[in-house]
Design a protein around this ligand. Structure first.
Ligand SMILES: [Zn+2]
Ligand SMILES: [Zn+2]
Length: 305
């Protein structure tokens, strides 16, 4: 590890009411502060709060956290990790209708703690002889990388389909149900959507899979935890995965390892694309590789070449 660069990452979210007229200025304030401090990553700003995953120097991150608490006007909880893979190429601070895309801006959590379970409570509940029904709220390309042992996978393509799933799934409403996601934010809305439909005993995993793995590596979570940055997924020790990638053909989770015929780098291709995608690691390599192949073919056909 001596000669590899370490990237320091933190993620956070906070539902807090931000006046509409303040959102644009706040967005710009956050963006310029982060830019001044050479930070990267993605922060979403909305009237319902703040959500972000960012990287920065270890001296800068504590100051950043303090600033976020100031901007939010309240306590914010952060989850840290480190990576030897650069997680973000650039900085984006975006204004959104929601800080988590559910297409339900009307569903805003008003309590900080809404039926949260700590990783320990979660672990104990799932370790019981008859564990309650457990449902993964994430998308199917995420569950492909890994999920909790015994979890129901709704096979949704998008979080905005959560309501549709609930309507079709015939889940008993009076029985306890446990839900989880990557870092906890989706469950804050998923639980409201369940309450609206009459589910009585829903519990969510505080800080999501990331929080659980921090306390229970190699516990009840099976596989890797998909993340929305260049680390692709995190292993049991919250380090970037070495067994998965994003498919250069379709962009989704891929597990078949290959070597690029143009640049020589290893990459992963998914099962759906393995026969149709060219043997290269990305679109740039594909263009160059195709050029080389065309030239070679032309040469073979022309006896004077
Ligand atoms: Zn693919
Ligand atoms: Zn390549």
């Amino acid at each position: 590890m001596v000669d590899t660069i370490q990237w320091y990452i933190t993620c956070f979210y906070r539902f807090v009411s931000i006046p509409e007229e303040r959102v644009d200025n706040l967005r710009e304030e956050i963006r310029s502060w982060m830019d001044d401090h050479q930070m990267r990553g993605l922060v979403l700003v909305s009237t319902e709060g703040l959500n972000g995953t960012v990287s920065g120097d270890p001296e800068v991150l504590p100051k950043f956290k303090q600033k976020i608490c100031e901007w939010a006007g309240t306590e914010v909880h952060f989850k840290d990790s480190q990576s030897n893979v650069r997680p973000f190429r650039r900085l984006s601070v975006d204004k959104r209708l929601e800080i988590v895309g559910m297409k339900r801006p009307d569903l805003v959590p008003d309590e900080v703690e809404n039926h949260h379970l700590t990783p320990k409570e979660w672990h104990e509940m799932l370790s019981a002889e008859n564990p309650p029904l457990l449902i993964d709220t994430r998308n199917k390309y995420e569950t492909l990388a890994g999920k909790f042992v015994g979890a129901v996978d709704p096979q949704i393509d998008n979080f905005s389909d959560w309501g549709k799933y609930l309507d079709s799934a015939e889940i008993p409403k009076e029985e306890p149900v446990l839900i989880y996601c990557t870092g906890g934010i989706r469950c804050e809305k998923a639980i409201l959507e369940m309450h609206q439909r009459g589910f009585e005993k829903v519990y969510q995993l505080r800080d999501g899979i990331i929080g659980y793995l921090a306390e229970y590596p190699n516990g009840l979570f099976d596989g890797d935890c998909y993340v929305f940055d260049e680390r692709v997924a995190l292993d049991q020790n919250l380090k970037p995965t070495t067994r998965l990638g994003n498919c250069p053909g379709c962009g989704l989770t891929a597990e078949i390892k290959r070597t690029c015929e143009y640049c020589g780098k290893d990459y992963f291709v998914c099962t759906a694309c393995q026969d149709t995608w060219e043997p290269v690691c990305n679109k740039t390599c594909r263009d160059r590789w195709q050029h080389v192949v065309r030239k070679k073919n032309a040469k073979n056909q022309d006896p004077l070449a």
